[in-house]
Write a protein that binds this ligand. Structure first.
Ligand code: ADP
Ligand code: MG
Length: 711
């Protein structure tokens, strides 16, 4: 059976080569393209208003008979006005179309007509000006006068543009909304009673999904009893069925890839016994929170499996992800396996290295640091240690797996603090023929719907709690003009022995200016505002050894104020710092602000985050800063950020993992994505993938969702 949906649009009745070319330019090639471009809104024109009840200012639909029609010339040469009088049993009303004299050939006396539009009042009474119109019933029906009309309007099949709940389409190129409406109607009329459906029957029945045909019909031409509100928010069962279908097909691709990679077994599978448990307990400097304990359990359970782990560890800023990763590392090392621990910046790598080295100082494991600035000779020695296996844990930047590093027995890779990183890095690992366990840790909480999209192939562990004793950071949103009060607050904190960050934005196009202002600010603060304290400056343009020295001076308390661009954004841990001032806070995204705020509130002392803004600010900026003041919950902030910025911009840069969608919306339809994710995984894991779905995944999936192959 050939699939009617694949029919090129030029084979639809009424579509000639010209129109087909227009449609093609608008991206509409097949019947399927047309039917899966859903209306973006719906308008209820089903209720026919008796003409006698029309009032000026109403937006109304009226059904009546054309009593008279004529074309009038205006004083402006060549400008014509077409008038009709439309009557129903209750009265009559004028309709006027400007400069559309051709209507005289279409709208002839005695025909039944529906008009829809705004009711106006002028010197000669009520009228519709340029209303939408549609003839009703066969043209040869004759005078309709004697026929009493049904209050509920004409049969829904009869009209397309009026007299029903009417779909509105986005205008694309030369394809007008009205033209699209007519075409869709035509395509639906020609659609066979049975069309193929890729959704398996048990999924359909479990989720009570309507048939594909019914869904297409009712999403374009809803029955008159449908709720217009629900339609406009895309919550009716037919619309949801189409959205589910799309999300399900997307998730099937991920589930299948996940399944396929899990068939590749690990070369080394760790095991755990009491000795290893005791060894892990020995390095623990504190009691784990319940969330951390649960995460460790999920991770270690994965490590004991034959298939490589591919897990995302989510937790708010400061939730304590590092120690969880370190415990996993100990399990690997106790099994004679090597661990690569990667961070996005050299500052962070150095920080992880010193923490981990300290925690493991009593153990027999050797920890090393390898970054781009490791001197050549030392690097050479390090590489040979890694190759021989004398290095047990190697900390480095993300380049670690891509460089010419040869491991002896790589068992676990921990990737800290970066979005989207895992996919490319895993591909690099596989290219080297390595199949270690991989644990990803994100820089900030990711809204669930994006986690299900961008990280769909991963398993997710979440640390929902924070270590005990954390005091929430107090957040202040202040205009820049109140700077003096802020300096006063900083002074009090410094006098009490604490430290402060002052952050400058660094936007690429004005990098030089911002760098200059950060540098000048540091000078100004040092000489004029805080002469009694030491002010340090850190920015991305500095050489690595300079950065390291600056960071060290702040971490050890030699410098009390750190003026910095956003290089301290992720991960940096200086518990004695209690003030975070963000200059030009209106320029930052929510997740970024949350990250910055996460640099304070890490110790026992109460902390402050001051968001300084410069007027004028946009509504969005106001919303963002308000959200920051309202909550410190990173997951709530991430959801808000997604709503404000949309999925494409959430991560700051456009993500390759986000699908191109035709019916669904990642923000609006997030609950549908949850269902789709669950059902797709279950189907694939239980071996229920149908031949149809298999073919789709292998030959169409990538193209349909516009995804770049990475892994
Ligand atoms: P993040 O999840 O942001 O990477 P870190 O791993 O850097 O957080 O941990 C933040 C701070 O909390 C560190 O100083 C760490 O030592 C401390 N910490 C982590 N877990 C606990 C715990 N269970 N009890 C007390 N302090 C903890
Ligand atoms: Mg961290």
């Amino acid at each position: 059976m050939t699939d009617f949906l694949e029919t090129p649009l030029q084979f639809l009745k009424g579509v000639g080569p010209r129109k087909a070319a227009d449609l093609k330019r608008a991206g509409l090639l097949t019947v399927e393209d047309l039917l899966y471009r859903l209306p973006f809104r719906y308008e209820d024109r089903s209720h026919m208003q008796p003409i006698a009840t029309l009032r000026p200012g109403m937006r109304a639909a009226v059904l009546g008979e054309i009593k008279s029609a004529n074309v009038a010339l205006t004083r402006r040469r060549g400008f014509k006005i077409f008038h009709i009088v439309l009557g129903d049993q209750s009265g009559a009303v004028r309709c006027t179309w400007m400069n559309q004299a051709f209507l005289a050939d279409i709208l002839k006396p005695h025909l039944r007509l529906v008009v829809f539009g705004d009711v106006k009042l002028d010197s000669s009474g009520l009228h519709f000006l340029n209303p939408e119109y549609e003839l009703v019933g066969p043209a040869d029906m004759g005078p309709a006068e004697a026929e009493p009309y049904d209050k509920s309007g004409p049969e829904p099949e009869e009209t397309v543009h009026t007299g029903r709940i009417v779909p509105f389409y986005e205008k694309t190129g030369t394809v007008t909304p009205n033209m699209q409406r007519r075409l869709v109607r035509q395509a639906l009329d020609q659609l066979p009673a049975e069309i193929p459906d890729m959704l398996p029957a048990d999924v359909r029945s479990r989720l009570s999904l309507v048939s594909r045909r019914e869904a297409l019909e009712a999403s374009h031409f809803p029955p008159n009893e449908a709720a217009v509100n629900a339609l406009n928010t895309f919550r009716t069962p037919p619309q949801r069925r189409l959205i589910f279908e799309e999300f399900f097909l997307f998730q099937i691709g991920h589930a299948w890839r996940r399944h396929a990679t899990s068939a590749e077994l690990k070369p080394f599978v760790p095991s755990v016994d009491d000795r290893i448990r005791a060894s892990a307990a020995k390095v623990l400097p504190f009691k784990l929170t319940p969330g951390q304990r649960q995460a460790v359990k999920e991770i270690v359970d994965d490590m004991l499996k034959q298939q490589p782990m591919h897990r995302l560890l989510q937790g708010d800023v400061g939730a304590g992800k590092t120690i969880v990763a370190l415990l996993a590392a100990i399990v690997a090392m106790e099994n004679g396996l090597q661990v690569a621990f990667m961070a996005p910046t050299e500052i962070l790598a150095a920080q992880h290295y010193s923490n981990i080295a300290r925690l493991l100082s009593q153990s027999r494991f050797r920890v090393d640091l390898l970054t781009g600035s490791t001197p050549g000779l030392q690097k050479h020695t390090l590489l040979s240690h890694i190759e021989r296996g004398t290095t047990n844990l190697i900390v480095g930047t993300h380049a670690l797996v891509q460089e010419k590093v040869t491991f002896h027995k790589l068992g676990l890779v921990v990737i800290d603090e970066q979005h989207r990183f895992g996919v490319a890095q895993r591909a690099a690992l596989r290219a080297k023929g390595l199949r270690p366990d991989v644990l990803l840790m994100t820089a900030t909480p990711i809204p669930r719907t994006l986690a299900l999209t961008d990280y769909s192939e991963l398993d997710v562990s979440k640390i929902p709690d924070l270590p005990p004793g954390r005091k929430p950071v107090r957040t202040w949103v202040k205009p820049e003009s109140r700077r003096d009060e802020i300096y006063q607050l900083i002074r009090e904190q410094l006098d009490a022995g604490r430290q402060a960050y002052i952050i400058y934005p660094l936007v690429e196009e004005s990098e030089k200016i911002d760098l200059k202002s950060a540098t000048e600010m540091a000078d100004h603060l040092q000489t004029e505002v805080f002469p009694a304290y030491r002010v340090a400056l850190l920015h991305g343009r500095m050489k690595q050894d300079v950065k390291d020295r600056v960071m060290l001076s702040f971490a050890t308390g030699q410098a009390q104020i750190l003026v910095s661009t956003t290089v301290v954004e992720v991960g940096v841990d200086v518990p004695n710092a209690t003030v975070m001032v963000v200059e030009h806070a209106e320029r930052f995204g929510l997740s970024q602000l949350h990250q910055l705020r996460g640099r304070v509130g890490r110790g026992a002392h109460e902390s402050h985050c001051i968001l300084l803004y410069q007027a004028p600010w946009t509504d969005d900026a106001r919303e963002r800063l308000k959200a920051m003041a309202d909550t410190t919950d990173g997951f709530a902030i991430a959801e808000r950020d997604l709503q404000l910025r949309g999925p494409g911009d959430f991560f700051g840069t456009r993500q390759s993992g986000l699908p191109k969608l035709r019916t669904g919306d990642l923000v609006r339809d997030r609950d549908v994505m949850e269902d789709a994710h669950r059902e797709a995984r279950q189907l694939v894991d239980t071996g229920g993938l149908t031949p149809d779905l298999m073919t789709f995944v292998q030959s169409k999936w990538q193209e349909q969702f516009g995804l770049i192959e990475v892994g």
